[in-house]
Ligand binder design. Structure first.
Ligand code: AMP
Ligand code: MG
Length: 398
């Protein structure tokens, strides 16, 4: 059985990056930039006033200046400032020829068409052409995830249609004769399907797009039919919930083989989530995820998200940090790498990790408070209160 580290290496090796395409800025949010972006001009493109005030020649020490014109932002000044003259100017407006300083309006007394500076700053209050960036400077690099700040910079640079990765298109099927919709009252022996909601939300959070979701009884033929119903060219990632192990009714792996997928691994030395199956068919990737909801949660964050990141061409998001345990953790029963749900928050000196009570892989009560997973290495032994532990943060960085 392979380790999680080995499983992640196999996923990174096998999953292909999707071809980029141009997208409008509003649709590029959260996606990966796939081209370098250079500034098409100096930034700022012209000398601009940093204040509301009066533009003068910095060397002109006259006691008073005549106001010879007004310059609003967006208007090119057509006059020049000479000795003893100034121009009324506003923040962002272009500095006129002959001027090299702006005196803040708070620091002058105005008297009709004259101003009398009350004091003169050493600062010029001018944002110089090219002081932020020079024409040709590369300001954004391929592989960056575009957030609000990057989108505003792209807009400033005039890149209205950046080349970005498409959102990986996912299809998802739950399997299990026992499952009913969340709005139904389960009959004896049935349970509500919670994985559909979990997977849909995790896909969205990760940057993928769920284009088809369905529920399938425990039947190999029906599962194969469900997978084949969406044209193959329309999706990149297939997730099958449940049916990952080798029980009589576990058809996930067999269905993948039937539709031509190559199985890369069938098990990972992981708790929860051991019977995780990973397969590819050309540029498509698939996982069969053990049905337990907590196994879903853990395998999604530790393995499946990596496949989405590889398709996007993003660096793997793996924010593993050290935190201090607020409660002890017991010795694990076997040499399985364990990921324990926890709530992490900043303390005075370190991050504090509170392990959440975890009864079984079907116990969903811990998930609302879970914002991190604690990594317990195989054979780690018990952890005392206050011990340091590796902790995977689930609020994803950009
Ligand atoms: P399986 O991997 O199919 O053997 O399922 C393992 C456990 O997860 C069983 O107790 C299932 O009832 C439960 N389970 C499977 N699918 C779901 C689902 N969609 N929602 C909630 N629980 C599920
Ligand atoms: Mg099942």
């Amino acid at each position: 059985m392979i380790s999680l580290q080995e499983a992640r290496a196999q996923i990174a090796e096998a999953v292909r990056t999707l071809d980029p395409a141009a997208a409008p800025l509003a649709e590029a949010h959260g996606r990966i930039l796939r081209e370098p972006v250079a500034s098409p001009e100096d930034l700022p493109a012209f000398d601009r006033s940093a204040m509301d005030g009066y533009a003068v020649n910095a060397g002109d020490q006259a006691e008073r200046f005549r106001v010879v014109g007004e310059i609003q932002p967006g208007v090119e000044p057509f006059f020049e400032i000479r000795g003893g003259e100034c121009a009324r100017i506003f923040t962002g407006a272009q500095i006129p020829r002959g001027a090299s300083q702006v005196i803040m309006q708070e620091e002058v007394a105005r008297d009709g068409e004259w101003i009398v500076p009350q004091r003169r700053d050493a600062k010029t209050w001018i944002r110089r052409r090219g002081e932020d960036a020079r024409r040709g400077d590369v300001l954004l690099s391929p592989g960056e995830r575009l957030h609000a700040g990057s989108l505003s910079l792209l807009a400033q640079l005039g890149v209205a249609q950046p080349r970005v990765s498409p959102r990986p298109r996912a299809i998802h099927f739950t399997t299990g004769n026992e499952l009913v919709d969340p709005d139904k009252i389960p009959a004896q022996g049935q349970i509500r399907d919670s994985n559909s909601s979990l997977v849909a939300a995790l896909l969205t959070e990760s940057g993928a797009r769920l284009i088809q979701q369905g529920r399938c009884p425990d039947s190999l033929d029906l599962l194969v039919d469900a997978i084949s119903a969406t044209p193959s060219a329309d999706w990149d990632l297939l997730l099958i919930s449940g049916g990952a192990s080798v029980g009589d009714y576990d058809f996930g792996t067999r269905a993948l083989e039937r539709v031509g997928f190559t199985i890369h691994f069938r098990k990972v030395n992981l708790r929860p989530g051991k019977p995780l199956v990973f397969a590819t068919r050309g540029a498509q990737a698939a996982f069969v995820i053990p049905g337990n909801p907590l196994s879903h949660f853990v395998t999604f964050h530790t393995a499946i998200r990596l496949a989405i990141e590889c398709m996007e061409g993003s660096a793997p998001r793996w924010p593993l940090v050290q935190a201090e345990l607020t409660e002890p953790l017991p010795t694990m029963p076997d040499a399985r790498e364990t990921w324990w749900p926890a709530n992490v928050k900043p303390g005075h000196e370190a991050l504090l990790a509170r392990p959440l009570p975890w009864q079984s892989s079907g116990d969903l009560r811990v998930l609302p408070a879970t914002n991190a997973l604690l990594r317990i290495a195989p054979d780690a032994g018990a952890f005392q209160r206050g011990a340091r532990i590796d902790c995977l943060l689930l609020d994803l960085p950009g």
